[in-house]
Ligand binder design. Sequence first.
Ligand SMILES: [Zn+2]
Length: 252
Amino acid sequence: MNIDEFGLGDWWPRPDQAAAGALDHLPADQWPMLAARWLAAGFNSEPMRQLAQLQSGEPPTRHRVDPHNPRRRAGMFAEPLPVQGHRRHLAALDALDLMPEVLRSIGFDPAPADEEFTARCQGALDIVQHDLDVTGCGQYQMRARIGRGWPATVFATLPDGSYWSGGGGMSRRQDGSWLLVTAADSVSATLKEVHEFEWPVCAVHGGHPKTSIWDGEEPVDLIDKVAWWRCTNTGHALAPVGQLTSKIAKTL
Ligand SMILES: [Zn+2]
């Protein structure tokens, strides 16, 4: 059986790679095809058969199989139909829900890799937290939380669980200064979008010069491979992320 028949190109992740984060490279609407490939490779479980079945665009068997008549299960292996747009979207959402169960069912739990990823993001957020604390914003305790969707993305989340997912968020392929830039941007975006609160604000120039906080300069940037806060009014560099002081930025 040729892998190209599944539309996955010349590379597809094995289950152990998938559990370690490799699914970030394969859009969720292709996971049913991946499950079909795993079945063909000899892996097998009920959740995996349900996931593979999604490529027909039909709901998983668990919603429609007759438990009193096991022979009806034969229908689940019917020839796949062409996948249509909205069905494909719904199949991707079902695939997101099913995949962790699929991987656990064959002995590859994705939780440890997700926990490692989230902990790495929390490490970056802890550096940003220093800057929140020194500017009088210590009540905003930022926690790393993995969002729902593809690819796996972690957002700066407030203690009440609110966060802003529109700004991108932290991904597995980021590390070092790049991860810190994204962490700082996620913190700033969550405060702005959830509380309409601009942070950080330059002590000399203030925030954005106009009435709206939404049109200012980006608050964080990568300068010579270092994550820096920027003045949202004039755009000059304020301080490296994690080194803000109450003299450089306004305190609450
Ligand atoms: Zn300034």
